[in-house]
Every structure is written in C-alpha cells, then in structure tokens.
Design a protein around this ligand. Sequence first.
Ligand SMILES: Cc1ncc(COP(=O)(O)O)c(C=O)c1O
Length: 449
Amino acid sequence: MRQKLLNEGAKELSYEIREIVKKADQLRKLGINIFWENIGDPIQKNAEVPAWMKEIIANLVMDNKTYSYCHSKGILATREFLADINNKREGAKVSAEDILFFNGTGDAIAKIYQYLNFTARVIGPSPAYSTHSSAEAAHAHQEPLTYKLDPNNHWYPDIDDLYKKIKYNPNVVGILIINPDNPTGMVYPLDSLKKIVQIAREFKLMLISDEIYMNITYNGARAYSLAEVIEDVPGIAIKGISKEFPWPGSRCGWMEFYNRDKDHQFHKLCSAMENAKMLEVCSTTLPQLSIPKIMGDPRYIPYREDANKKIGNRSKLIADILGSIPELKFNETYGAFYNTIIFKDGVLKNGQTLPIENPEAKQLVEHWTKDENMNKDKRFVYYLLASTGICVVPISSFCSELQGFRVTLLEENEEVLRSVFTRLRNAIIEYIHSSPMITGEKELKLAKI
Ligand SMILES: Cc1ncc(COP(=O)(O)O)c(C=O)c1O
C-alpha cells in the first residue's frame, strides 16, 4: 500500500469476550464439550421468546409496510410511545424529537465516539465493557480512561477516584455510567448517581448512561434511570431491546437526549449523530414497529417480572455455590445477568494448573500459557476451559488491574446451572491449591534441600 491504511486508534479495538470463543472453538474441535458461560445472549442460553411476542412480530412480518425504510430518526409513533414512558416518571422529559434510533446499542455507542472531538475523553467504569472502552479509546488514540468500581464495596463506583481523575484531566468531557452494569451486575445506588450528576455539573460535563439492562433488576433492587437524576445536566441514555425482549438479533436500540437546550456543544453532538443517521438512511424498521405493540401489551410487565425473578434465583444459587470460597472476593448481583468474581491478591500464581485429560488440549493450553508474563487470570481461564469445558472471560480483559473472571447468569436449566457452577467451584479450589511453584520458588526450594 502507498500509505498506512489504519489509524492509530484501531489497535485499541479488541473484544476479548469474543476472543475467548476462538480458543473454546479450538478445544471443541478436539472433542471437549464447552459450557458457554461467557456470552450475554439469552437466546443462545435457551431463553424462549414468549409465543405472544412472536405472534406480534409474525403479524408485522405479514404486513407489506414493514418492509420499507422508516424515518431516519426512527418511527414517529414508536418514538412518541417511548417518550411517553419516560415522561410518566419524575425527572427530565423528552419529546419524540429527542429520540434517535440505531441498529442496536452497539451502533449507538460507536456513533457517539465517532463524532466526538478526538481530544475529548469520556471516563467510564472499570472493569469496563469493551464496546464502550474500546470505541472510546480508538477515537482518542489513547488507552481507555476509567474510574474504579470497588469490589470491596459491592462494586459501587469509587466517587473519589472519579472526582480526582476528572479534576486533573481537563480533556474529560463526559462520564459513562452502565446501569445496571456489565460485567459486575451492580446497580448504581441513588446516592452515587446524585454525586456523579453533581460532578458533571461542577466540571460542565455530559453524562452518558447505558441503560440496556435498566428493566433487568431483581432480589429487591431498583435501578434509577439517568432521566430521574440528571436535573439540568446534558446527557444521553442508551436503551435497547436485545436483552429485555430478548431480541439481540433485531439490532435495535435508541438514544434519548436530555437537556439538549442547555448546552450548545452538546446540542451540536446530538445533531451530528442525527445527520449521520440521515446519511445512512435509517435503522431497522421491523423491531421498531414491534416496540409499542410488545411493551404496550398487558402481558409485558408480568413477563419481565417473571424473567427477572428467575435471574434473581440464579444469582442467589451462584452466590450459594461460589460465595464462601475464602480466596475470592464475591459480590452478589442485583441487575443485568453477569457476575465478576475476583481472586484476592497473591492467590493466582504461575505454575498453578488443572488436570487436562485430552493430551492435545493439554499441549495447546501449555502453549497458550507459556508466556510467564501473561495475565494470571487469563492463564486460569485457559486451564479452566481445557479441564472442564467451562468458558468464562478473564477480568483483566475488561481494562482492569484486578484478577478474576466474568460469568453469565443465563443458564435456564437449573440442573445444568448447579452442575456447571459446582464444577467451577471445585476447579477454582483445585487450581489455587495446585503447585504454586514458579521457577524462582523451585530453585529456592531445591537450594534448601
Ligand atoms: C452494557 C451493554 N451495552 C450495549 C450492549 C450491546 O447491545 P446491542 O445488542 O443493543 O448492540 C451490550 C451487549 O452485551 C451491553 O452489555
């Protein structure tokens, strides 16, 4: 090529949640049965979309109008319906004009960072959900900028850390909230949200709140939407149906703009995204048509309550199985369908292993883990995968210095769930108590003999 093709930011685009799938596929080809505890797709974990929802969608499929383009911002009646849902609650109000549809929230996230000035940074939570952190980092040609979620305090945001990082970095223009959170399953407490709004006001920042899991809370928790707390600060909520219906293949999500009239720069960013959508023509029509019909159906809220209760039960069951291992930091979850489990400092060491029956798989894992400097949680995850077939994601891949892994709470079959998590528990215990000798320790021991 006459010129370099890629821009510097492209190296920030990595998606370990999918990378681990490549490793699992290699092992699957060697005959290992994989338990996919890594991907947040309820359908892949056998969630059944209710028959009444399928009927609504089937009827739309039979209607010729479904096959056309729609308004570039999204179908007006759907935007009016969603504005109405928001406006029934206390807090910032929106009109249909403040709503913009995308092909999934993933598309919405990419658009925000695409049009942001490249010196302008958005600080997000760590452990970080890579669709946000990678896109933000790629836009800035820098590593992601993060504030800590604290595993010693229910994974709540560390507000002091956030405050300091904003105060001493004038490039920060926005704060990202993922509420409820992926990958920790934490629901932001109201008090933390109010403090975050206060910080945004003090430093003249915008707020971005990914609310794709907003209606997936359980075991007594309630998530507060950005609109309920934002007051006069400019902000964007990102919402979608991938997890809620669940219909991840619909590729349908939207943004709600709050207080667009309060800041000219913010208004210009919202307009740029609207113009970009216009150039693209529009987002997917069929799922947009289904939203008022499905969400407005009297069966929708009871359906969600029941689905949330089931996730809550799984959360408790996982807490019963993994919550008492002394070498782990375990936090019960209250929203979304993930949990991030951390190994206490010093627990993971090079040299720890799990028995792997299949000789080819053993060879492969030894090859993957031969670099002594690789992250120790990644090493654990590879051994776990080859030894038990359980596929989880290392937490060091979520822009975090912590060592741990993310599991999903999606397994519908309770017997399978119990059996997989019991095997996971046994594997954790076996791994951390297996030979911890690294080269230096071995030499020291031999010298003593
Ligand atoms: C926090 C969060 N935001 C956005 C997405 C992407 O969702 P969509 O299917 O709407 O692109 C996910 C998917 O896992 C997610 O966990």
